[in-house]
Design a protein around this ligand. Structure first.
Ligand code: NAP
Ligand code: F7E
Length: 339
């Protein structure tokens, strides 16, 4: 069988970088879409070097997407690109809809016109459940998004269903619950905590300012979740799957574990700051991935305490390394770095 080709949007993001690694291990030719920026955004994929190919395009630009799909003729397309930070979706609701919602249609149109046989994965989100009407949430749970991000993801989800049903294309969505790693952007709560714990442990900071400590999430480990994306595209028939651990923990619990792992008491450092509260929050998410377990044989390999430890250990090492280089110490900005 000839080498299969995967096209990944969002390859410079957390999931894109792990998915690229995983597909390379499986023997794929991996082509990634990167958008034009004035500074380097490839920190998470630098180590992959020339093993992957990068081509410039943007989910906002139909012509570039069409040209790439036509040129690459991928067997599989993974649409991971998005404006993915929920708070930013209130600040930039129109941009969020353009990228996270309409961007899906642009990519599906490119596939429909230039390579209709390609199998397409759409990155749907547990944020579509929002103010969930039942617990735990599965593929049959009604959606009730609570942010412009959640609404945009719901549009992307339904347009994917519609391309599948209207054109008979192999389009599938993974409804993924939160998944984290040392490559998570520093603005997301888990990484914000693990990175600040590391800075406090090294004596660089004293305080961690957070918003809603009672919000509960089903947190898994990102490398586990990219395996599920690939598995969904190997099925005989396309359908959507929930991917989750089935456990839920509060932001406060994440803090308690993370600080304790570094020998610290979180109550001495965490300050609740209303600036980090959202206009509307999602209070409780927990997924039921029974269908994925049954059909895909998918299971998470990392549990909650282990996830927290992996992230804190990686950030302790990162800050120690920065200290030894004497660089960037005054800069806790969310620049992604490889663990
Ligand atoms: P991420 O780290 O924020 O990465 C987002 C990626 O999208 C980056 O590569 C970014 O490129 C790219 N991007 C943004 N705007 C773009 C545009 N206009 N054109 C082309 N590329 C653009 O997100 P992630 O955590 O890896 O998540 C991957 C996908 O899964 C996203 O769609 C997210 O919404 C969804 N999701 C994530 C989770 C989770 O817990 N992580 C759960 C459910 C669903 P730059 O590097 O240039 O910014
Ligand atoms: O917030 C609370 C906050 O920003 C989690 C994205 O990948 O997962 C992610 O969305 C919870 C929320 O992730 C702070 O109010 C408290 O209840 O880490 P987060 P998210 O909003 O769940 C879903 C599945 C996606 O699809 C998204 O793309 O933590 N929280 N204090 C805080 N959150 C942040 N960011 N910062 C705080 O200071």
């Amino acid at each position: 069988m000839s080498r299969r080709t995967a096209l990944i949007t969002g390859i410079t993001g957390q999931d894109g970088s792990y998915l690229a690694e995983y597909l390379l291990e499986l023997g794929y030719r991996v082509v990634g879409i990167t958008r034009r920026t004035s500074s380097h955004t490839g920190g998470r994929i630098e180590h992959l070097g020339e093993r992957i190919e990068l081509i410039g395009a943007d989910l906002l630009d139909q012509t570039s997407l069409l040209a790439i799909v036509d040129q690459v003729q991928p067997d599989e397309i993974y649409n991971l690109a998005a404006q993915s930070f929920v708070p930013a979706s209130w600040q930039q609701p129109v941009l969020t809809s353009e990228v996270t919602a309409l961007g899906v249609t642009r990519l599906l149109e490119a596939a429909r016109i230039a390579c209709p046989s390609a199998r397409v994965y759409q990155a749907s989100s547990s944020e579509m459940f929002g103010m969930a009407t039942e617990t735990p949430q599965n593929e049959r749970t009604p959606f009730y998004p609570r942010s412009p991000y959640g609404v945009s993801k719901l549009y992307g989800h339904w347009i994917a269903v519609n391309y599948r049903e209207s054109y008979g294309m192999f389009v599938t969505s993974g409804i993924l619950f939160n998944h984290e790693s040392p490559r998570r952007g520093r603005e997301f709560v888990t990484r914000k905590i693990s990175h600040r714990v590391a800075r406090i442990a090294h004596g660089l900071d004293r305080e961690l300012r957070l918003g809603n400590l009672d919000a509960r999430r089903d947190w898994g480990y990102a490398p586990d979740y990219v395996r599920a994306m690939h598995a969904m595209l190997q099925r005989d028939h396309p359908r959507d799957y929930v991917i989750a651990t089935g456990e839920t923990h509060s932001v406060g619990e994440f803090c308690a574990h993370a600080f304790a792992h570094a020998g610290l008491d979180w109550r001495e450092h965490v300050v609740v700051d209303p600036a980090f509260l959202r206009p509307a929050d999602v209070e409780l998410l927990v997924g039921d991935a029974a269908d994925a377990r049954r059909d895909l044989g998918w299971r998470p390999t990392v549990d909650f305490p282990e996830l927290v430890h992996i992230m804190v250990d990686a950030d302790l090492a990162l800050v120690a390394e920065e200290l030894s280089r004497g660089s960037r110490l005054g800069d806790p900005s969310p620049i992604p770095l490889l663990p």
